[in-house]
Write a protein that binds this ligand. Structure first.
Ligand SMILES: Cc1cc2nc3c(=O)[nH]c(=O)nc-3n(C[C@H](O)[C@H](O)[C@H](O)COP(=O)(O)OP(=O)(O)OC[C@H]3O[C@@H](n4cnc5c(N)ncnc54)[C@H](O)[C@@H]3O)c2cc1C
Ligand code: FES
Ligand code: FES
Length: 1338
């Protein structure tokens, strides 16, 4: 063994040698901090988001082939990289050299908004292209399955990908044998390109060609090393950990004898997260490197032997090849494994994780182990004692000592036998999201009949996700032997299995009844599948499946994507260089794609910089009895720990009505409340010390978590808010029918890709302090920091270059954390950085308010709603934050597109013991709009009318009045509605859906269309004021500054378009550096869809002032250049700098009278979605969505369509899969992408059509444009109602006609349990109160 190993690998073609490497170092921080390659981003640190994707290349010394694969840098220990070449986004292209076609196309196809996910996306696509220069679209979407984007909705990213495919313009679906290019939408000509409309947002013709010869070559030195390097174990020793990399089997076995407890780390995708998140520490790690015997692939007469070190991606490729060569019956197991490998994690994890690691780690939700267990697989083990074979059976999976590996043993390979004739195997899984999500329940099932008599000879069933280990239904299977494969057997099997695989009501993971149902629903699927094969094999002896059952076996998820869009061309009368109305690429698009765009944590370390981390409360309501800091303070490198005491007199700040505390070391009101702040020399030390802070709590009563509990305790922030119109009590007396109902809507996590980040730098002079922070509201940060430091605001400057997504979540808590960080920086006179980890961020910062809506509607039999009485309850959490404003906005927007002649709506913000909820895109409307739409759907059901009919009947008609008596012209609303109905061929498709539903029992389709009226405005004039500063320099270049924050919505791009139009100069002449309280003071918050609107008017004002000043000079020399004019102005002492100002829209609201004019304009729209659900599993697929929006006159159709699509997908997530889970003690379980599922590429509609109404004049706004940041979220509920429609169809078929109560989000669990059938009836139910549930609905 080599005791003095030096680590050698390459990064972007340059050699890296580390002499004293610490084995605890992961590649991500190494790249970012040590090599200053900050293009690779931190999004979660858990392998779940793909922001840190890099390409790893390795040479196989035997085959001499280079393997390139994508990997998550956050899970790669750098010691594992010996001899590897790492390529980061900086290595493939840059603006300084040449940009890579992938970088160019993702940017020019508008696939970047905030840009934080972009480097990861780029690297996933790039790596695929290195292996497949002309990939299929399926390969591309597969390659992006492990990359999350919270902004774009993925469509433009797919567009960029398609340009690399052979047939790039086509959807490549051809499911019915017809290509999209041949058929148009519904065969209708609506999207024909004319003079005025445009169907494209980019031009492929200008793209750089992909030239594989231009790529970085694999370093020859590494090639030579791979071939010639003497075989010896490398050891890397750090302070706490030793890393041993044996390179021969003999040395591996020796190491295992010496360190039997050391894990054998292969992909580190199991050990790594355990160490990071569960605090499991291994002083020694053994990581075999390129040991040939561990990578064998052997075909024998009995089956396939696969080496333990093969990655899951390699296994997938091998199996895909094997099934081509084998007869189908023999290869069934490989088909089943492939099916699971297609959805298991993302491509990065599949490329890192090894087969051996997967098997040996024995995760309870492992997808492969249940299959391997039923498939009679065996494990080939080796130790110094010799070889041994053990079965991969339940005992092994339960880690029974007699059936397990011995500590000094190594798993060498796995035998996976072929199936015999009359033997069948299948795999099932259901997860919250279809791809890159651990299964809620999965299963492997095998039956062997021995002959064609249909009598069971062998049966094996194993489940994952139903206990602490994979569980086999052994006794049930035993009892079913010799039974005939028929309905009686099915019934008996379900009962036996439910009895054997029992889940207690309090089982970890919750969803107990759903999981019980899945257990038998999967068996039913298996039963159908085998019955179908038997019928095929012996049509005479086996009955056919009823036709209605066949689709139960079909896959729901198509990977082909097709998008169309339509928008109006810019006004042909515009000057040719005027960019307004054109789909200009995001100003930072290329920099996002090259990794050059700088975010807060990308800023280089300041000399002697410190790191701050928070210790947060682990109790939801408690008195802090004591805080012991001694052990934490004694750690070397720990500089200070701040508590409430240090902030005496400055420990609270008031933004709205109620002051909020910074640190709470006395009493805590929620889990995640900031208790103290640890400041240390480095992040690692700060985190280590934070774990050593000992807090003793005494729980306090009451503990209020849910809205219902808050109502019970009358725990509200302030008194109710109310809006009333007409005479509700009288109206109720006149109506034909009255219904009462309620709907509960869960919260939502912002899941901005860049977590909360800040760096505070004391300037060392005059107490000046600079705050670099990822925020939407620099002025607030300035104020809170100034107040905390007792400084005037002119000493505190806040700077924001760009924000990696915010969605409303980077204001209130950001301010509190910035104030504490600034206090630390000021106290120690040193720069302090604070970057939250994903889990901390999710725990501390809160999100969208959960809502409970109770309604009473009075309506006529023809569907007219004459009276509506609604109560809104929002779960505000422990602090006021923006909860009151939120319920007010919720009230003002709740009627959506409908005129309710008599309306009473009251709202309460509940004070609970949860982290304070805050603003999130849509600000109350997604919740209150859903409540109203639910009520309408229920009215329709009561009247026996279609929901769209009742929607149309009650919709605003032309000139009308809102409940707060603001005038509204609904012409464009009606136009959007009608266009959406026509574009989606609603009537035709509704008939098709009904036909499908009548022909299919276990799959149902649903269709729904919802209108949108989204009011835009801030409720006061002052909140809408904006300012800008424009300088012209003597070389003619222009610098624009304004008060808005660039957080992905493209506001800076639009501002440059405005300046370009106003000054009549090319875009390239204008620059924008970022936002700062130093250049534009007192700027309002960036939010509420109006950032470009308001700041654009200020930029326009500044430019017009300048132009007016310069007009005499320009007219003197009309042929001159800007340089000439600037110089002439200077010579004539004319100022070349101007501020611009917009005072805000007229806006008022009187809550006493319930009247006002709070909004400037309304954004109108409509969306129609069609879904298919699997009634047996609760899975759903969004087949198609059509969106029509009225955007006024778009300043930039690419950015506007991007906002609509991105918001729609975020809304779809909100209403379907994004589910926060809390323990009964108020602890948030869902603290990362592995537990909380935002939509991924697999979730987007197979078809998406977006059409903008022709331009309409909107007199007061910037060039008649409309702000679109938030409205699209609500359109996501068209998917909710389409699912509800499908569920209703299933229920009606089963004779269930009563009211259907479905809450949001409509998760697989809710869908499955609502599709009641014989299986849901069969499962045991627990008496409420007889157990403590794992989670509670918030
Ligand atoms: C983001 C993410 C998503 C995931 N999604 C899924 C999913 O959808 N479905 C699913 O089933 N799984 C999923 N997983 C789990 C994943 O499949 C496993 O983590 C992975 O297969 C483990 O392999 P590894 O090589 O990384 O193991 P490592 O972490 O390297 O090792 C794991 C364990 O195996 C032991 N070990 C490894 N090789 C040997 C050997 N040859 N001999 C003896 N012991 C050995 C080690 O000692 C260690 O205890 C996911 C994981 C992550 C991080
Ligand atoms: S940061 Fe690595 S996957 Fe999220
Ligand atoms: S652009 Fe993808 S996360 Fe923002």
């Amino acid at each position: 063994m080599d005791g003095t190993a030096e680590l050698l690998f390459y990064v972007n073609g340059r050699k890296v040698i580390e002499k004293n490497v610490d084995p605890e170092t992961m590649l991500l921080p190494y790249l970012r901090k040590k090599l200053r390659l900050t293009g690779t981003k931190y999004g979660c640190g858990a392998g779940g988001c793909g922001a840190c994707t890099v390409m790893i290349s390795r040479c196989n010394p035997i085959t001499k082939r280079i393997r390139h694969y994508p990997a998550n840098a956050c899970l790669i220990p750098i010691c594992s990289l010996y001899g590897a070449a790492v390529t980061t986004v900086e290595g493939i292209g840059s603006t300084k050299t040449r940009i890579h076609p992938v970088q160019e196309r993702i940017a020019k196809c508008h696939g970047t908004q905030c840009g934080f996910c972009t480097p990861g996306m780029v690297m996933s696509i790039y790596t695929l292209l290195r292996n497949h220069p002309e990939p299929t679209l399926s390969q591309l979407t597969d390659a992006l399955g492990g990359n999350l984007c919270r902004c774009t909705g993925y469509r433009p990213i797919i567009d960029a990908c398609k340009t690399f495919c052979k047939t790039s313009g086509c959807c490549q679906s051809k499911e019915d044998g017809v290509c999209c290019l041949d058929q148009g939408i519904n065969g209708l000509p609506e999207f024909e390109e004319g003079n005025e409309t445009n169907l494209k947002l980019f031009s492929e013709e200008e793209f750089l060609p992909l030239d594989p010869t231009q790529e970085l070559i694999f370093p020859p030195e590494l090639m030579t090393m791979a071939e010639k390097q003497p075989q010896r174990t490398r050891i890397f020793s750090g302070d706490r950990m030793t890393w041993i990399s044996p390179v021969t089997l003999k040395e591996l076995l020796e190491a295992k004898v010496k360190y039997p407890q050391a894990p054998v780390v292969m992909g580190n995708t199991s050990v790594g997260p355990d160490m990071k998140f569960k605090g499991i520490f291994h002083p020694v790690i053994i990581s075999p490197d390129r040991i040939e015997e561990l990578s064998v692939v052997n075909y024998t007469d009995n089956g396939l032997t696969l080496g333990a070190a093969l990655s899951l991606a390699q296994v997938k490729d091998i199996l895909a090849n094997v099934i081509l060569k084998l007869p189908e019956e023999k290869a069934q197991m490989y088909h089943a494994l492939l099916k699971h490998l297609g959805t298991l994690a993302g491509s990065q994890i599949r490329n890192m994780a090894s087969l051996g690691g997967h098997i040996v780690s024995r995760h309870p939700d492992s997808d492969l182990n249940p299959l391997l267990a039923v498939g009679n697989c065996t494990l080939n083990l080796l130790s110094k004692e010799g070889k041994r074979q053990i079965p991969l059976n339940e005992q092994f999976l339960r880690k029974c000592p007699s059936a397990d590996l011995k500590p000094e043993e190594i798993l060498i390979s796995v035998n996976i036998p072929y199936l015999r004739k009359w033997e069948f195997v299948s795999a099932f899984r259901q997860a919250q999201r279809q791809q890159n999500a651990l299964a809620i329940v999965n299963s492997g099932m095998r039956v062997f009949f021995g002959g064609g008599d249909g009598i069971i000879k062998e049966l094996s069933i194993a489940y994952g996700g139903v206990g602490p280990t994979t569980i086999c239904a052994k006794n049930s299977c035993q009892k079913l032997i010799r039974r005939r494969w028929n309905e009686e057997m099915l019934d008996a099997a379900c009962r036996l299995i439910l009895d054997e695989v029992s889940l207690p009501g309090s089982a970890p993971g919750g969803r107990v009844e759903f999981r019980r149902t899945l257990i038998i629903s999967f068996f039913f699927k298996f039963y159908l599948e085998v019955s179908q094969i038997l019928k095929r094999m012996d049509p005479l002896h086996y009955p056919s499946l009823t036709d209605k059952y066949e689709s139960a076996l079909e896959e729901l998820h198509s990977r082909h994507h097709w998008r169309t869009l339509k928008y109006q061309n810019a006004d042909p009368k515009q000057l040719p260089q005027d960019p307004v109305g054109h789909p200009i690429m995001h100003l930072s698009g290329i920099k996002h794609a090259t990794g050059e765009a700088i975010y807060c944590d990308d800023m280089p370390a300041v000399d002697r910089e410190l790191f701050l981390t928070f210790v947060t409360s682990s109790r939801a309501h408690a008195k802090i009895v004591s805080v012991d800091l001694s052990e934490a303070l004694s750690l070397p490198g720990v500089v200070d720990i701040l508590t409430e005491e240090h902030l005496h007199g400055i420990n609270s700040f008031r933004l709205l009505t109620e002051p909020e505390k910074l640190l709470s070391t006395d009493e805590v009101f929620c889990v995640g409340e900031l208790v103290c702040a640890v400041i240390a020399d480095s992040e690692v030390l700060a985190k280590r010390a934070a774990q050593r802070v000992k807090i003793v709590y005494r729980d306090l009563e009451p503990l209020i978590l849910t809205i219902e509990e808050a109502i019970q305790h009358k725990s509200f922030f302030e008194k109710e808010r109310k809006l009333e119109y007409g005479n509700i009590d009288e109206a109720f007396k006149m109506v034909d029918q009255i219904l009462e109902g309620e709907i509960h809507m869960g919260g939502q996590e912002h899941f901005y890709m860049e977590t909360q980040s800040m760096l505070v730098v004391p300037k060392g002079e005059d107490q000046e302090i600079d705050v670099y922070v990822s925020t939407q509201f620099p002025k607030y940060i300035q104020d809170i920091v100034a107040s905390t430091l007792k400084l005037p605001a002119n000493k505190v400057m806040c700077h924001v270059k760009r924000v990696g997504g915010a969605f409303g979540g980077k204001v209130m808590k950001t301010g509190i954390m910035a104030a504490i960080t600034a206090f630390a920086a000021n106290k120690h006179g040193r720069a302090v950085r604070c970057i939250l980890e994903r889990g901390e961020d999710m725990l501390i910062t809160g999100g969208r308010h959960p809502y409970l809506g109770k309604y009473k509607a009075g309506f006529m039999n023809d569907g007219r709603i004459l009276a509506l009485d609604v109560e809104h309850y929002s779960n505000g959490g422990a602090a006021l934050d923006e909860s009151l404003l939120m319920i007010e906005m919720g009230l003002l927007k709740m009627e959506n597109a409908y005129k309710f002649p008599n309306l009473r709506c009251r709202a309460w913000a509940c004070r609970t013991n949860l982290p304070s909820n805050t603003a999130l895109r849509g600000f109350g409307f997604p919740q209150t709009g859903l409540i109203t739409e639910s009520c309408i759907t229920e009215v329709a059901a009561k009247c026996g009318l279609s929901p769209e009919k009742v929607r149309t009947i009650n919709m605003y008609k032309q000139i009308d009045q809102t409940p707060y008596k603001q005038e509204i012209n609904a012409k464009n609303l009606i136009q959007c509605w009608k266009e959406c109905m026509a574009m989606s061929s609603y009537a035709l498709r509704k008939a098709a859906v009904e036909k499908f539903n009548s022909e299919n029992c276990w799959k149902k389709k649903g269709l729904a269309v919802v209108p949108l009226k989204f009011p835009v405005g801030l409720g006061s004039v002052a909140a809408g004021q904006a300012a800008a500063l424009v300088h012209i320099y003597l070389d003619g270049s222009v610098l624009v500054t304004h008060g808005g924050i660039e957080m992905g919505q493209g506001v800076h791009t639009k501002m440059i378009q405005v300046a370009s139009r106003e000054l009549r100069m090319p875009l390239s002449n204008i620059h924008l550096r970022g936002t700062s309280t130093e250049t534009v003071p007192n700027a309002n918050i960036s939010g509420g869809s109006v950032v470009a609107d308001l700041n654009g008017l200020a930029v326009k004002d500044a430019c017009q002032t300048l132009l007016k000043r310069l007009e005499p000079i320009i007219s003197k020399n009309p042929g001159g250049t800007w340089k000439d004019w600037a110089q002439a102005a200077f010579d004539e002492s004319i100022s070349l700098s101007a501020t611009g100002y917009f005072r805000g829209y007229e806006s008022n609201m009187n809550w006493e009278t319930g009247e006002g004019h709070p909004f400037e304009y309304f954004v109108y729209g409509a969306a129609c979605s069609e879904v298919e659900i699997d009634c047996l599993t609760g899975a759903h697929k969004n087949i198609r969505t059509d969106i029509v929006m009225d955007v006024g006159c778009s300043i930039n159709p690419a950015l506007d369509i991007g906002q609509i699509e991105g918001a729609f997908i975020q809304g779809m997530g909100l209403y379907t899969i994004e589910e926060l889970n809390y323990s009964p003690q108020g602890v948030l379980y869902t603290r990362g992408p592995n537990q909380y599922k935002i939509p991924a590429i697999c979730d987007i509609p197979t078809e998406l059509h977006v059409s903008l109404l022709p331009p309409s004049q909107n007199s007061n706004t910037l060039y008649s444009s409309k702000g679109l940041g938030e409205s699209g979220i609500f359109l996501g509920c068209s998917v909710f109602f389409a699912i509800q429609d499908a569920v209703s169809a299933a229920r009606q078929e089963r004779g269930l006609f009563g009211p259907l109560k479905l809450n949001s989000p409509l998760t697989p669990e809710k869908i499955r349990m609502a599709c009641e059938d014989k299986f849901t009836k069969m499962i045991p139910r627990d008496e409420p109160g007889s157990y403590v549930p794992w989670n509670i609905p918030i």
